[in-house]
Design a protein around this ligand. Structure first.
Ligand code: BT5
Length: 248
């Protein structure tokens, strides 16, 4: 269970805490529609149906992870940078804890030594043609026991800092970092901070059918892949695979 007292003592924004939910993003979207203020946050100890992108499952067992959804009300032109902001704040949290080899795998997986420690899921909420807001869902593994499949690709932060971490304090630090960067939403500075942490630029990658060298990213978050024939493909979303260089 998360400490409600520590959350109350540290959090500056309105929050709703639950021991167990299906998905914090669903509750945050509901709260946003009901008039939640910008910055309000839904936090859960456990998610029974945590969601990843494209209908995938995000694993949040009780007592061992962070699962939160921040309600944001960006100007529509800046909304695309919200997921960058989430990944950046998690990367910074890991760095603040003294963890080495923290990087961001495009678009927004935070990795430590190449293993995923966090994922973000931004979801926009519309009313007719107007953007009501964006819910920024963030999951972070603190001390998760992964099954055989996930343990090959996933990791947690606590084993890397070698002392017990208080999840409520981690949430407070993460939210402060998001709050501090909010004025930079839509700016080149935020984009550059994110880009600097990308761990696959210059490497051979594949996204869907597009394979080549991850050449650059655009402020929109789009990835530019240089294909074998020299042409550049612009990729907006998808799952990135690091591919071995072609054998000669
Ligand atoms: C993500 O999706 O990485 C976005 C995850 C967002 C989770 C947060 S938690 C709070 C909020 N409420 C929600 O319901 N969701 C958000 P994606 O890139 O599609 O990655 C999903 C894939 O990561 C899965 O198919 C697994 O392979 C893997 N995975 C699942 N749980 C994991 C975990 N705890 N740690 C590392 N990898 C995991």
């Amino acid at each position: 269970m998360l400490s409600r007292e520590i959350l109350e003592a540290h959090l500056r924004q309105p929050f709703r805490y639950y021991d167990s939910v299906d998905s914090t993003n669903d509750l945050a979207k509901h709260w946003l529609r009901a008039g939640a203020a910008a910055g309000s946050v839904v936090i859960a100890d456990e998610q029974r149906k945590g969601r990843g992108r494209m209908g995938r499952t995000w694993h949040t067992p009780p007592g061992v992870a962070l699962a939160l959804s921040v309600i944001m009300k960006p100007t529509p032109g800046h909304a695309h940078q919200i997921s960058l902001l989430g990944a950046l704040a998690v990367a910074e949290l890991c760095e603040t804890l003294g963890i080495a080899h923290v990087g961001i795998k495009w678009p927004n997986d935070v990795q430590i030594q190449g293993k995923k420690v966090s994922g973000v899921l931004p979801e926009a909420v519309w009313e007719n043609d107007a953007l009501l807001g964006v819910v920024l869902g963030i999951g972070v593994n603190v001390r998760v026991d992964f099954d055989a499949e996930l343990s090959a690709v996933a990791t947690s932060i606590e084993p890397l800092v070698k002392h017990k971490l208080d999840r409520a304090e981690l949430i407070a630090t993460l939210l402060d970092s998001i709050q501090a960067r909010l004025p930079k939403l839509g700016t080149d500075a935020l984009f550059k901070d994110w880009k600097r942490r990308l761990n696959m630029l210059g490497e051979p990658v594949q996204v869907g059918d597009t394979a080549g060298i991850a050449q650059d990213v655009e402020p929109s978050g789009a990835l530019l892949i240089q294909q074998a024939d020299g042409s550049i493909q612009r990729v907006l979303a998808g799952d990135l695979l690091m591919t071995p260089p072609p054998s000669r």
